[in-house]
Design a binder for this molecule. Structure first.
Ligand SMILES: Cc1cc2nc3c(=O)[nH]c(=O)nc-3n(C[C@H](O)[C@H](O)[C@H](O)COP(=O)(O)O)c2cc1C
Length: 280
C-alpha cells in the first residue's frame, strides 16, 4: 500500500465512488486488510508450512458461533488420490489440483446430536434452523480463515462448486449424517496482487429503518457502468450466448442474471434429507 493512503482511498477503490468517509484515517491494520480483500486463484508452488496452516485454522475457528454450539468442521485434503478425485470433478477450476492447501469446510449438526445422546437428552431442534445454524457457523469460520490467511500474505479462493458434486465429495471424504459441505477452500501464496472486485454501493444494500429497493433499476445500471469502466467483461466471456446472444453492453447484472438462469445444485435439499436433516 502506498504511503499516505487513507481508509477513504480504500473505500473508493472498493466501490468506485469518490468519498471522504475515512479520509482522516490511515490505511492500516485489520480494517485496511478487510477493505483490500481479493480472491486469488493462482498460487506459487511454495508450500504453506503445516504450522502456518494450524495457526490459520486456530484463528478460523475463533469465529463467533451461534449459541456457542460450534457447528463447523473442516477436512484437510492431503491424500493425493483424494485430491485428484476432487479436482477431477471440477476441471474448470484447474488450481484445485495444484494449490498448496485444499480443504472442505463443513456444517456439522452431528456433533451436538451425539452430545445429546452422550448426555442422555433429547435433541428437540430437528428442523430447518438446525441446518441454517450449522451453515452460518461454517460460513463465519470460512471468512475468518480468509482474513487470517490474507494477514499473512496467503491468498484464498473458497469453492462452492463442491456442492455441485455433493454426493461424490461426501463419499470421498466419508461424511456421516448431519454433516454437509459448505465450501471448499483453496489457498497458497499468490502469484500476483490480484484485483479489487467492485462491490454494490451502500445505497443498494444498506437500508434505514425499513427495507426499500425502489431505485434498484437505476442503481444497478450505474453499478454496471462503474464496474465496466474498471474492467469490461470480454465478449468471449459472455455466458450462454447460444441462448441469449452477444450483448452490446455486458455488465455485471446481465452476467449474473445469465448465470442464475440455468439450474445448479438443486439436489442440495435431497442430499440433506438423505443425510438425516429435517428441512421443515
Ligand atoms: C462461499 C463462497 C464460495 C465461492 N465459490 C467459488 C467457486 O466455486 N469458484 C470460484 O472461482 N470462486 C468462488 N468464490 C469466490 C468469489 O467468486 C469471489 O469472492 C467473488 O467473485 C468476489 O471477488 P473478491 O472475493 O475478489 O472480492 C467463492 C466465494 C465464496 C465467499
Amino acid at each position: 500500500m502506498k504511503k499516505d493512503t487513507t481508509i477513504a482511498d480504500l473505500i473508493e477503490n472498493r466501490y468506485g465512488i469518490p468519498t471522504n468517509t475515512g479520509a482522516t484515517m490511515a490505511a492500516e491494520g485489520e480494517l485496511a486488510n478487510i477493505l483490500n480483500h481479493r480472491t486469488h486463484r493462482r498460487f506459487t508452488e511454495d508450500p504453506v508450512p503445516d504450522e502456518i496452516l494450524d495457526i490459520l485454522l486456530a484463528a478460523a475457528f475463533s469465529a463467533p458461533a451461534k449459541s456457542d454450539l460450534q457447528q463447523a468442521s473442516v477436512v484437510i485434503i492431503k491424500d493425493k488420490a483424494k485430491r485428484k478425485a476432487i479436482a477431477d470433478l471440477m476441471p474448470a477450476m484447474p488450481w484445485i489440483a495444484t494449490c498448496p492447501i485444499l480443504m472442505i469446510f463443513l456444517g456439522d449438526s452431528r456433533r451436538i446430536r451425539r452430545i445429546c445422546k452422550m448426555r442422555d437428552k433429547p435433541f428437540a431442534n430437528d428442523h430447518l434452523d438446525a441446518f441454517l445454524n450449522a451453515a452460518v457457523d461454517s460460513g463465519l469460520v470460512i471468512m475468518n480463515f480468509v482474513r487470517a490467511a490474507e494477514s499473512l500474505g496467503i491468498g484464498c479462493c473458497p469453492i462452492s462448486v463442491v456442492r455441485n458434486h455433493i454426493d461424490e465429495i461426501a463419499e470421498i471424504i466419508n461424511l456421516p449424517n448431519h454433516v454437509f459441505p459448505v465450501a471448499g477452500m483453496t489457498a497458497g501464496y499468490p502469484v500476483d496482487e490480484g484485483y479489487i472486485s467492485l462491490r454494490l454501493p451502500s445505497s443498494i444494500n444498506v437500508h434505514k429503518d425499513s427495507y426499500c429497493d425502489e431505485n434498484l433499476p437505476v442503481e444497478i445500471d450505474a453499478y454496471d457502468q462503474r464496474r465496466d469502466a474498471r474492467f469490461s467483461i470480454p465478449t468471449e466471456k459472455q455466458r450462454l450466448t447460444e441462448t441469449y446472444g452477444i450483448a452490446n453492453f455486458y455488465g455485471w447484472s446481465e452476467d449474473k442474471a445469465r448465470q442464475v438462469s440455468t439450474t445448479e445444485r438443486d439436489q442440495l435439499a435431497n442430499y440433506l434429507t438423505k443425510r438425516g436433516f429435517n428441512l421443515k
